[in-house]
Design a protein around this ligand. Structure first.
Ligand SMILES: CCCCCCCCCCCCC[C@@H](O)CC(=O)SCCNC(=O)CCNC(=O)[C@H](O)C(C)(C)COP(=O)(O)OP(=O)(O)OC[C@H]1O[C@@H](n2cnc3c(N)ncnc32)[C@H](O)[C@@H]1OP(=O)(O)O
Length: 245
């Protein structure tokens, strides 16, 4: 995260003015991130409560996705800002790692679960929804408390331990959901472009989905090892990283 503690009072020299500008940007960025992380924590909490209420009232998960879909789409799409945060440098994390994480989630929400209605009641959808919800409540509350310099140890512990189980389980939920979508994609030809057409190009969404599923094999271990690395750094202080705000 960009620091709000750069030295230098707003004096007259160019150098001092630059330091003052940096400090203001740091404070602004911090305020924005606190607001953003509080909103995201609240959004995922609302989702958790809605899911629990639905299940307690109806005794089934059938129809759950339909009930919570608007909130899910809104908050998961809003996560695009995380890539922007990295790109503009207000959080110090990789655009690539965050980009893969966010784009795969947005893809799951809009191009799989929203678009292929027949799979919305699959157990695998509920599986990834529960896993994402637990992950995001933990992750955004971690960032919020961290920015406020009041981070309870159990939140830090949860952020860097839950993922060990939740990440593979979430990935399994996502892959099973894409797999369940394949027959419908083949039957309806959704998002596919067949020849002949005026652009003279063809695109088969069915095979595209198989490529997406295959791409989890090289990409998921990289995200997982990235998190294991962060865990070692944060929980065990095994690496010291120079912070250059
Ligand atoms: C178009 C089709 C695309 C298809 C692609 C197919 C490929 C798919 C392969 C990928 C599969 C992913 C599946 C995934 O969706 C499954 C799940 O998520 S299951 C649930 C479990 N998942 C997790 O636990 C991981 C959740 N994700 C993340 O944690 C992040 O996205 C990740 C980028 C992986 C985290 O990495 P990061 O480096 O950011 O870790 P840190 O949290 O330690 O943060 C590092 C520093 O940045 C600061 N930071 C980051 N974000 C914020 C923020 N919002 N506000 C404030 N500060 C932030 C953080 O504090 C650290 O700063 P410092 O070092 O100064 O303390």
């Amino acid at each position: 995260m960009a620091s709000s503690e750069e030295d230098g009072a707003g004096g007259g020299s160019l150098e001092e003015k630059e330091k003052g500008r940096k400090r203001r940007l740091g404070a602004l960025a911090t305020a924005w991130l606190i607001g953003y992380n509080i909103a995201m924590t609240a959004g995922w909490l609302v989702l958790a409560i809605a899911m629990a209420r639905f299940y307690m009232q109806k005794g089934t998960y059938k129809g759950l996705y339909k009930t919570i879909q608007k909130t899910l789409k809104f908050f998961q799409t809003f996560a695009v800002l995380e890539v922007v945060h990295c790109a503009v440098g207000i959080v110090r994390t990789s655009v690539l790692v965050t980009g893969v994480q966010v784009s795969s989630r947005i893809f799951m929400v809009w191009f799989i679960t929203h678009s292929i209605k027949q799979i919305q009641n699959e157990e695998s959808v509920i599986l990834y929804l529960v896993v994402w919800t637990v992950t995001e409540i933990t992750r955004y509350s971690f960032y919020t408390f961290n920015l406020l310099n009041h981070l309870p140890y159990f939140i830090k512990w949860a952020r860097y331990n839950f993922f060990i189980i939740l990440y593979p389980v979430g990935v399994a939920g996502e892959l099973l959901t894409i797999y369940a979508a394949l027959p419908y994609v083949k039957k309806t030809g959704i998002f596919s472009l067949r020849l002949p057409n005026k652009y003279n190009v063809s695109f088969d969404y069915y095979y595209f989905l198989i490529i997406v599923m295959a791409s989890y094999i090289p990409l998921f271990p990289q995200l997982y090892f990235h998190m294991l690395w962060q865990r070692r750094k944060v929980l065990h202080g095994e690496v010291t990283v120079e912070k250059d705000d």
